[in-house]
Write a protein that binds this ligand. Sequence first.
Ligand code: AMP
Ligand code: ZN
Length: 493
Amino acid sequence: MQLYKDQELKIYNSLTGQKEVFKPINDGHIGMYVCGPTVYSNVHLGNVRTFMSFDVIFRYLRHLGYKVRYVRNITDAGHLENDADVGEDKITKKARLEQIEPMEVVQRYTVDFHNILNTLNFLPPSIEPTATGHIIEQIELINNIIDNGFAYEVNGSVYFDVHKFDETNEYGKLSKRKLEDLIHNTRELDGQSDKKNPQDFALWKKAEPQHIMRWPSPWGDGFPGWHLECTAMSTKYLGETFDIHGGGMDLKFPHHECEIAQNEAAIGKSPVNYWMHANMLELNGQRMSKSTGNTINPHELLSGDNDKMSKAYSPSVIRFFMAQSSYRSVLDLTDAGLLASEKGYNRLMEAMGLISNLKASGSSSININEWLLKCYDAMNDDFNTPILIANLFEGAKYINQVKEGSEMLTSDDITLLESSLNTFAFDVLGLLKDAEVQSGGDKLAGAVDVLIKLRQEARANKDFALSDQIRDELAEVGIVLKDGKDGTTFTVN
Ligand code: AMP
Ligand code: ZN
């Protein structure tokens, strides 16, 4: 269904700093690129938050009926420890420390990344390209940039000439930085770099003899620069200009700024119409950082095996918690926050579990269509998941009101409420019906069956006082027994 035809989706574009009405380049189709992980260590919860924000965005765009090509890469080479193109390659360093092959590092942490995302009920992207699988494309891009006069080769490395680029283009337009300020704020080169200016960045780095990850190129053996990888992979699969590019806020500069410069220098076109940045995840009010120990990984959060939280949390509770704040706000991961989300999630699931037993009326006292519009309005307002969740709770309230008899719904409205709640909770937010919630229902049914049997025994023994007591006390807690010719059944009110 092409729902998007009736919806006006607005996206906050980091490039313009404004919410803009979304218009894809090709009607009904969307190209979306999200910078993937550098697979040199286990994925942390901060990474998970960014990827989850885009998973929900991907899910909603698909729900609206768009055909989305979602590309999320794997950075398996070229990401140096330091943004200024110095330091070791992160993957090579890990391989050296652990005395294994770089590709073993890549394999181990790619598998971990996929496992954790599967556990957390992510949809896979449409294409998941690797940087090492696109060396030829990257060399071609560098050649174009050199041919257009925006890059220079020194000593087997190739650098992007930021100063030259800024004469005709605008370097810094995404991160709102000016080249003069950058010049002012960067320290002088200490003579060890081949760069003309400290603001220049590497497109290709010469591989020293001990560097294992190396590829032949027109400039000798080397490896690609990190920023270049994303430009090569995004343009290859999505075109020279595509709709949405996402990543964490920390990638705005220099990574995404450099992607824009590379595209403009190579092709003469700005690569992206809507730049989207997810905000950072903190832990107990402080930046998550491995060096200070203020960190918790997804496995630890899911298993409860950590000293930061009081218990284990399910994938759905983690998803619910993250969706309770906008992707553009800083989010603080705390035990109290997760406990509150767990309660909220259970409350929503319990209410949704009751909907099939609601009694339909001849007319409705609540306008379900209006409520549904509010759910869409929330998501159309730059994917405002906290407002959507507030609306889902409103839907849960309706269920309880109809159950108690203070409001009425027709059978069509009950069906619409049920399908809409399912769509937004499961398809869009990616929640699951947790086994605990489900088995809670199963356990309740089992326990009531035991009481029904005891009541039958009491009646067989002519102990009507006890049988009535069982029926009345169950009714008091909202469980109504009904005697029929095929035995006794119950409903939960
Ligand atoms: P990396 O593997 O370091 O390249 O990061 C993968 C993605 O996670 C990038 O989009 C980062 O911006 C994002 N990211 C890293 N740290 C955090 C954090 N603390 N909170 C949210 N996103 C993060
Ligand atoms: Zn990237």
